[in-house]
Write a protein that binds this ligand. Sequence first.
Ligand SMILES: Nc1ncnc2c1ncn2[C@@H]1O[C@H](COP(=O)(O)OP(=O)(O)OP(=O)(O)O)[C@@H](O)[C@H]1O
Length: 618
Amino acid sequence: MADNLSEQVQNMNINDNESGYVPPHLRGGSRSRGGSRPSSRNSNYEGNNNEGSFFGFNNRRGGGSFRGGRGGRGGFDNNYGPRGASNRGRWEDGKHIPGPRNPKVELELYGAAEDPQFQSSGINFDNYDDIPVEASGDNVPEAITAFTSPPLDELLLENIKLARFTKPTPVQKYSVPIVAAGRDLMACAQTGSGKTGGFLFPVLSESFKTGPTVVDNAQSHGYYQKKAYPTAVIMAPTRELATQIFDEAKKFCYRSWVQPCVVYGGSPIGNQMREMDRGCDLLVATPGRLSDLIDRGKISLSNVKYLVLDEADRMLDMGFEPQIRAIVEGADMTPVGERQTLMFSATFPADIQHLARDFLADYIFLSVGRVGSTSENITQRVLYVENQDKKSALLDLLSASNDGLTLIFVETKRMADQLTDFLIMQDFRATAIHGDRTQQERERALAAFRSGRANLLVATAVAARGLDIPNVTHVINYDLPGDIDDYVHRIGRTGRAGNTGVATAFFNRDNSNIVKGLYEILSEANQDVPAFLNDAMRDASSGRGGSRGRGGRGNSTRDYRKQGGGNGSWGSRNTSNRSSSGGWGSKPSSSSGGWGSNSGSSAGGWGESSNSGNSGWW
Ligand SMILES: Nc1ncnc2c1ncn2[C@@H]1O[C@H](COP(=O)(O)OP(=O)(O)OP(=O)(O)O)[C@@H](O)[C@H]1O
């Protein structure tokens, strides 16, 4: 499907890379949009609060209440399965006794095989095996090659089968034995390559085998307990990502003694505290809300055996470092060396590697593919579009779109609203997600998008990380981000789990700071590099273009310990059959201006200047 889309975009001639973009109104003659224009007129943008109709809650599974489950996720509920029905297992006399099976709960958790709202692995899934993997550190354990028991716990294996996962992705192959060996881990793997399972599988497998600690057993399961003592804590940057991890955790905790729980800001804390009282063995949390609950004496971290930081670099970017440090170093958290700490992301800038030095002990650094690289399952195109022409270019792109979902990234919340309004005026089924919307609005927008009732989602960076929405076939960077890592995460919302996807970016002189990073990303993923980007790159390299800012990718090695940050005495296991060099993963911290002007829109001249040789690209 994505291949078709890619072809159509190619054939549109929206931008021949040499002549610049010519919007429809300047092409002479009227142009009909054609393509997959939605047939039914939608007069209501979700902001109009037309509940129950176009963008109301999806009641497919949830009966309209706030329940878990992809389709009906509307808010907060840590309990899964019909109310009153307990599928929870228990730990008794040193043995794990799984709860009973329940077909209704299984349908809710794992969906029907043909349900498009549940991601299934795509035709390129087996290609993950070709991605070079490097694991550095002392005594790296041998990777597993299949989901088997042992080493995985039997119940977990049953749940993995129910989820229809037939074989592990590379990050899962390594993380299972690494965690089983009691080691800390910092793992970097491409977007959509199964990092969530990469931390859930080993943590749950070990938890199912070893059971709760005495404190956990005594206090976590009492009905009126006042304080939760989770065994595992997973921190994630956004509410949506936390909720999604919680949904995944529910699948794999099914019938076990481990009760998952989620807390995040923007929702009433009282409800979350009540839910925690019903059991909280594995806690998924955003840092702000977690700090709050610790301060209120509602959570103790003294029982934590496993600490996971997902998308840690994003948490730092969002300014969460003080809260994270207070939680990990300041509260009553089990100390380094006594707990196991795992950090996961698709990008690992240098500052996050330094954080690892404080939080992790004798860890293994795992990189699947080059650090910060994009999946080859994503066809990337960069179009040359002036700011004032972007709307027209977008309409052209959308008219060439297929039946899949399209995610459109913009830089500001205001732009997200404006563009959504514009698209709705043009009869598209669009909705928006950004930080100024209420949590309920954000969840409704996501639910509408997941279900396909809205096939366009206009988003700010809030939706860039981690979100796993099946059938997103096209990601459009209407505004490119200033940071190349953000680009990597944004386009990673498509081309997941071996499926293919297309990513299109609108590029102009405002994006000068991302030129180098973009050039590198496209080149290494074997994508076409348009002529204007080559020119801009040449100018940037010759010093005419100015700063790389955070758009460049720097020159640190993958594992900073190899640069003298550690003693370099450990070995490394490299399963790559391709050569690999360093130079990835660092995010330069300074961002100065200079290369090209950063003025807003400018009249004329993209195409003309792109071939202008000595005078510089601009
Ligand atoms: N072993 C597997 N077999 C089949 N599908 C899998 C497997 N592991 C994960 N998946 C599916 O692949 C998709 C992507 O997984 P996941 O969200 O964990 O990726 P990720 O690496 O965390 O991506 P991101 O960097 O964007 O956060 C999910 O829909 C998940 O259910």
